[in-house]
Design a protein around this ligand. Structure first.
Ligand SMILES: *Cc1c(COP(=O)(O)O)cnc(C)c1O
Length: 422
């Protein structure tokens, strides 16, 4: 039996060369996903923009890939903006999000020429007005609106319902937008919503689009020259074989056609449509490699296998009950399949996969968990003082480090001893 490959690479060789736990990312798959979204919009022929939601997976090399694809980047912190800047990412193509941006952070964005700020609240608008006056600089903004739409996804990743910290309440939005547009230095170019993540049903997406088009019309009727509607991200991916499959690439032309029809009916110009996929562009491009360290059978109960990572590098099972699939990478006969629980090594229950079907896992095997490209590296923690793993980028036949494995020296580098303990 041959070793399992990922993006054309022998996973066991990668584990040997770079060590485990290890994140691997396929540049080929990332570029393919970006190109496919572009193509879906091109074929639907409309003015569009794709913003990669950097929070799903970001680092300097990733920003270089995004820049070279000529798409835009969503950033939610100074850290993410600095990452883009370190990659030479054109800042006019950066869109700054977040529900509680500080004045100092808004100032950083304006000073560094961030192209668009998505304002989340009236308090933020006040801060931004002060910042732009101080710097005597103009900014383009959109407002995040909470459209009051329920997305059928995990409640912790629903963000567009009425009872949410995000965005202007739908009913108040029109008046706030109209008033904001009269402020010096501020021009409102569009409205934004993002209803949640890992959505696998077009009904809530279309419902949100309808509400946003209604609002767009109402605001335009007040004389504000809105040009764009940003409908956010949230396109779900199949984590498990046999999972409900949401075909994002088929949904996009449908959405465009729907918006065209609605705009014709309402006699408003077709806006530029913006989407912000995060997970869709990177999730399937990533996998995590682990080494199996212990195998324990509890007679009549189950078999546990423990790997050298877990909730530190993938907190999603613990956070959302997210499910994953795994394979043993070192070539083994497939007749010997058994159901086991894959555990991480954090001092918590740390179940990575509750029921994994694997071919006779043994100590020393390399285990690959698929679809870890989104919200794994970006959510990794140092709990138990395990260092953050390396990320290796695969491109064609090449492999290279995009994030170095954290060293123990780096791990300790922020610790200080107050005088009285010395
Ligand atoms: C998280 C987020 C996204 C991306 O969501 P995905 O589910 O990864 O596509 C897009 N826009 C905003 C505002 C977000 O917060």
């Amino acid at each position: 039996m041959e070793n399992v490959k990922f993006s054309g690479h022998d996973t066991v060789a990668l584990a040997k060369k770079y060590g485990t736990p290890l994140y691997v990312m396929s540049e080929d798959i990332i570029r393919d996903r970006i190109e496919s979204v572009k193509k879906a919009f091109e074929e639907a022929s409309c003015d569009y923009e794709i913003n990669f939601a950097g929070k799903a997976f970001t680092n300097v090399a990733m920003c270089k890939i995004v820049a070279s694809e000529n798409i835009a980047l969503d950033a939610v912190s100074v850290g993410e903006m600095l990452t883009a800047m370190a990659a030479g990412f054109p800042m006019e193509r950066v869109c700054y999000h977040g529900n509680n941006k500080k004045s100092s952070e808004l100032k950083f964005a304006v000073e560094n020429g961030v192209g668009l700020i998505v304002v989340d609240s009236e308090d933020e608008l006040k801060k931004l007005t002060q910042v732009t006056a101080e710097l005597n600089k103009d900014v383009k903004i959109m407002f995040r609106i909470s459209p009051g739409v329920e997305a059928h996804t995990h409640e912790l990743i629903q963000t567009g319902i009425q009872d949410t910290k995000f965005g202007l309440p739908f009913e108040q939005a029109k008046d706030i937008v109209v008033r904001a547009n009269q402020l010096p230095h501020i021009s409102v170019v569009g409205i934004h919503c993002h209803i949640g993540s890992q959505i696998v049903d077009e009904v809530p997406f279309i419902a949100a689009a309808d509400k946003m088009i209604g609002l767009y019309q109402a605001i335009r009727n007040e004389g504000v020259d809105l040009r764009a509607i940003n409908l956010g991200g949230g396109f779900g991916i199949p984590y498990l074989q046999g999972d409900e499959y949401f075909d994002t690439l088929k949904y996009i032309p449908k959405l465009v056609q729907h918006v065209k029809t609605m705009c014709a009916e309402k006699q408003v110009p077709m806006p530029k449509l913006i989407v912000e996929p995060g997970r869709f562009l990177v999730c399937e491009a990533g996998a995590t490699l682990y080494t199996v360290g212990t195998v324990k059978t509890i007679p009549g109960v189950r078999k546990y296998i423990s790997v050298d990572g877990g909730m530190n590098d993938n907190p999603r099972p613990a956070l959302y009950g997210a499910e994953y699939e795994a394979v043993i990478c070192n070539g083994k006969a497939t007749e010997d399949m058994e159901e086991v629980r894959v555990s991480g090594r954090a001092c918590e229950t740390d179940t990575l996969i509750d029921k994994a079907v694997l071919n006779h896992p043994e100590v020393g095997d390399i285990l690959m968990v698929r679809n870890t490209g989104a919200y794994n590296y970006s959510m990794a923690s140092r709990y138990n003082r395990f260092p953050i793993p390396a990320v290796v980028l695969l491109s064609g036949d090449c492999s290279g480090i995009m994030v170095e494995r954290e060293s123990y020296q780096e791990l300790l580098s922020h610790d200080r001893v107050p005088d009285w303990l010395k």
